[in-house]
Design a protein around this ligand. Structure first.
Ligand code: CP
Ligand code: NVA
Length: 306
């Protein structure tokens, strides 16, 4: 059977994604009830290649492997031969000879695809300039845990049409919910990705209008990793796009607020938004651990029903 990769949410079927969300909830509940007693990854190794910074992604993948009885290797591009120009394909072939699965956080999505094509073990996208699908597994899991089925609901993305926004578009397609995207002129998501979402995706310009009657509101930093030089210009261009408690007041009374984190209080969110009871960001961050355990389990072992 061909090796399965997880480069975007479109690599799994909607049915497989629903399985993963339910499996992640089961894995979380079992950990809470019984402690780390389930060890399906004994003697398995995950290689984690990081070309960008991370707190949540590194800790959640490393902890997932440890709690499931396996091992994770942290490989920074600076300290490996990748950083000195060894071809991506050669690195993929070498790692495939030694480890069971690979996770990559990098800049170029095309580079990630090149790696996956040459890899004979599963490859997971841990963030590229274009997508962050692992975050969406945790986000949809959190939304499902707190509000039940997300099908037919309305989420609102406020801010930059970036990698997170692209993955929210893919999530709207795969989990069948409506997504309103509200961004300043010039910061729209990629047209082809948005168009593929069809009638589920709406583009708006006024955040106060976009959030009306929403089930979920989410945002992200205005300048992503690699865009630090544009911080000043972006702060000016995103004026008026800060998500505030008053904005959430215009949504449904049981609206949820999510943010992948790290957040910049006083920029894309108000100073106090993360303290609002409608914000579920700590649960969302914690769910990275459980969602990725379910993902790795699926890629290594297939479906598990115990
Ligand atoms: N949300 C997220 O991926 O966080 P890190 O950059 O800390 O991994
Ligand atoms: N859009 C952000 C997400 C960080 C988790 C970035 O790429 O830096």
């Amino acid at each position: 059977m061909a090796t399965r990769h997880f480069l975007t949410l479109l690599d799994l079927s909607p049915e497989e994604l629903h399985y993963l969300i339910q499996r992640a909830i089961t894995i979380k509940n079992r950990l809470r009830a019984q402690g780390p007693t389930y060890s399906p990854f004994t003697h398995r190794t995950l290689a984690m290649i990081f070309e960008k910074s991370s707190t949540r992604t590194r800790v959640s993948f490393e902890t997932a492997m440890a709690q499931f009885g396996g091992h994770a290797l942290f490989l920074s591009a600076r300290d490996t031969q990748l950083g000195r120009g060894e071809p991506i394909e050669d690195t993929a072939r070498v790692l495939s000879e030694m480890v069971d699965i690979v996770m990559i956080r990098t800049f170029s999505h095309a580079g990630l695809e090149t790696f996956a094509t040459a890899s004979s073990v599963p490859v997971i996208n841990a963030l590229t300039d274009d997508y962050h699908p692992c975050q969406l597994l945790a986000d949809v899991m959190t939304w499902t845990e707190l509000r039940g089925s997300v099908r037919g609901r309305t989420a609102v993305w406020i801010g930059d049409g970036n990698n997170m926004c692209h993955s929210w578009i893919n999530a709207a397609r795969q989990f069948d919910f409506q997504l309103r995207i509200c961004c300043p002129e010039g910061y729209e998501p990629r047209r082809d990705i948005m168009d593929a979402g069809g009638s589920r995706i709406t583009l708006l310009r006024d955040p106060n209008e976009a959030v009306v009657d929403a089930d979920l509101v989410t945002t992200d930093v205005w300048a992503s990793m690699g865009q630090e030089g544009e911080q000043g210009k972006r702060e000016a261009d995103f004026a008026g796009f800060q998500v505030t408690e008053a904005m959430l007041d215009r949504a449904k009374s049981d609206v949820l607020f999510l943010h992948c984190l790290p957040a910049h209080r006083g920029e894309e969110i108000s100073e106090t938004l993360l303290d609002d009871p409608r914000a579920a960001v700590w649960q969302e961050a914690g769910n990275r651990l459980h969602a990725q355990k379910a993902l790795i389990e699926f890629l290594l072992l297939g479906r598990v029903d115990h």
